[in-house]
Design a protein around this ligand. Structure first.
Ligand code: NAD
Length: 496
């Protein structure tokens, strides 16, 4: 019998053991050892969780609350998250091996989603329509959708969940969460705070386990009204098909291969830092990684030398140590994938300027998941290393001559999540940021997100938007109410 701490599912306000009695291990990427066990749920727990969420949506205290009362609870959850930020960040680091600096910054920032959407809950107004019919009052109401399925990946579990959970609750929906099988624990800890915030049992539920067991059962459940998914493009396509079969709404936040473009008039010190933060922060395990660095021909050699020199100094080590700059890759399959792409890049003829293999030695501790920060030069846009998402500390550098060529290379890809532009010219800023087909453009900065600004992908990077007002609209549907004040009902055989 294992002595590891056990984490169960959370359904209708209670901790629930899986009917199968099975648990799976969650492994700390820094120690390469299991540190906890998590319930391996199946279709049975999914059904219980969705039914609990449906009951909470249709009866009970949640729908009886007015929007101000609901918003106050969501706001209170933000306060509790603020008080527990460090604890939650440490759970995330134990699960995904990302830097404590990164996860703590994310967890400290999380309350804003709950404060913002909690405040927005009672400010969603319908309209009185100046209808063209006599003696009719017509107005609109924005109503919640029902049970929302939130499926999240392992790289930033609570941040990506909050993009969904805060607006879904504020809008009056109920929720079933399926966290990544690699990073379930911070989401389960969050459930304690949800109860403390006074959010009634059944309004938020968590089922844990694998995508093809629990995730697919959740997407297919007939009572789920909408699926909000963040993850890989292939899984996203499967989720989209399954949701379509049930005629459910779907938001998808998927993969990326974002161009980070450095023009010769850029502040090069800033651009070097921007290139580093685009790819080596978070060990490259971020959907918005600036993994395709486009550098103008006239500064290419000098810029690349500086970048490689800077990247060479990146400190690998224990992700819990605030001095560490590059941590391990999160999962063994991801580690194998990163090394495979490094081999592909070499075989394609890209020049390895830094790293290019597994990292070993004292800085890596007991972990078997470190990859050297790796930079490839002489990459051309037809190479797989320029076109496919690696999701690791591997940068591809491409050369361009003109603005037009930079735009053409940036857009010649299936993804469109984000892009970076480094230049001092305002004309160039406007021209290039308008021309790039991506959901977010950063100019002279990189990797910034806010609860206030819409986030989402063009092309195969996704569907729909999270954050800001647009993020709230994703969880509402509009009802048009017609009230006749006419003295009598006219000819019933004619459309009115
Ligand atoms: P993944 O697609 O393997 O898994 C994501 C989640 O979906 C997990 O909870 C998983 O269990 C579940 N899942 C998998 N298959 C499913 C199915 N058929 N039905 C229902 N659920 C299923 O992704 P990952 O490896 O956890 O995360 C990395 C990927 O996520 C990268 O491609 C990255 O770009 C992407 N990502 C995108 C964003 C964004 O906002 N665009 C943010 C972070 C990560």
């Amino acid at each position: 019998m294992s002595t590891l701490p056990r984490f169960n599912a959370h359904i209708a306000g209670e901790w629930v053991e899986p009917a199968s009695g099975q648990y799976f291990e969650t492994v700390n990427p820094w120690t390469s050892k299991a540190w906890a066990e998590v319930a391996r749920c199946g279709a049975l727990e999914v059904d219980r969780a969705v039914e609990a969420a449906w009951k909470a949506f249709t009866t009970g205290p949640w729908p009886a609350l007015n929007a101000t009362q609901r918003g106050a609870m969501v706001h209170k959850l933000g306060d509790l998250l603020r008080d527990h930020a460090r604890e939650l960040a440490e759970y995330e680091v134990r699960d995904n091996g990302k830097l404590i600096n990164e996860m703590l910054a994310q967890c400290n920032y999380l309350p804003n989603w709950y404060w913002y959407y909690g405040g927005l809950a009672d400010k969603i107004e319908g309209a009185v329509i100046p209808i063209d019919k006599p003696e009719v009052l017509n107005y609109t109401r924005h109503e919640p959708l029902g049970v929302i399925a939130c499926i999240t990946p392992w790289n930033s579990p609570l941040l990506l969940l909050s993009f969904k959970l805060a607006p879904a609750l504020a809008a009056g929906n109920t929720v079933v969460i399926k966290p990544s099988e690699f990073t379930s624990t911070s989401t389960l800890k969050l459930m304690e705070l949800i109860a403390e915030a006074g959010i009634p049992p059944g309004v938020v539920n968590v089922v844990t386990g694998f995508g093809n067991e629990v995730g697919s059962a959740l997407v297919e459940h007939p009572r789920v009204a909408k699926v909000c998914f963040t993850g890989g493009t292939e899984s996203g396509a499967r989720v989209y098909q399954a949701a379509a079969a049930g005629l459910k709404g779907c938001t998808l936040e998927l993969g990326g291969k974002s161009p980070n473009i450095v023009f010769d008039d850029a502040d090069l010190d800033d651009a070097v830092k921007g290139a580093i933060s685009g790819i080596f922060a978070a060990t490259g395990q971020t959907c918005i990684a600036g993994s395709r660095l486009l550098v103008q021909d006239s500064i290419y050699d000098a810029f690349v030398d500086r970048l490689v020199a800077f990247a060479r100094t990146a400190r690998m080590g224990d992700p819990m140590d605030p001095g560490t700059q590059v941590g391990p890759v999160t999962t063994p399959p991801q580690y194998a994938k990163v090394l495979e792409y490094i081999a592909i890049a070499k075989a394609e003829g890209a020049t390895c300027l830094l790293g290019g293999g597994p990292a070993e030695g004292a800085a890596c501790g007991e972990s078997k998941l470190f990859v050297q920060p790796t930079i490839f030069g002489d990459v051309t846009n037809d190479m797989r290393i320029a076109q496919e998402e690696v999701f690791g500390p591997v940068l591809s550098i491409l050369r361009f001559k003109t603005e037009e060529e930079a735009i053409a290379i940036a857009n010649d890809i299936a993804f469109g999540l984000a892009a970076g532009v480094w230049t001092q010219s305002i004309k160039r800023v406007i021209k290039v940021s308008n021309a790039i087909r991506a959901g977010t453009i950063w100019v002279n900065t990189y990797r910034a997100v806010s609860y206030l600004s819409p986030f989402g992908g063009y092309k195969k990077s996704g569907l729909g938007r999270e954050n800001g007002l647009e993020g709230m609209r994703e969880f509402l549907q509009t009802k048009s109410v017609w009230i006749s004040t006419a003295a009598d009902v006219p000819n019933p055989f004619v459309l009115r």
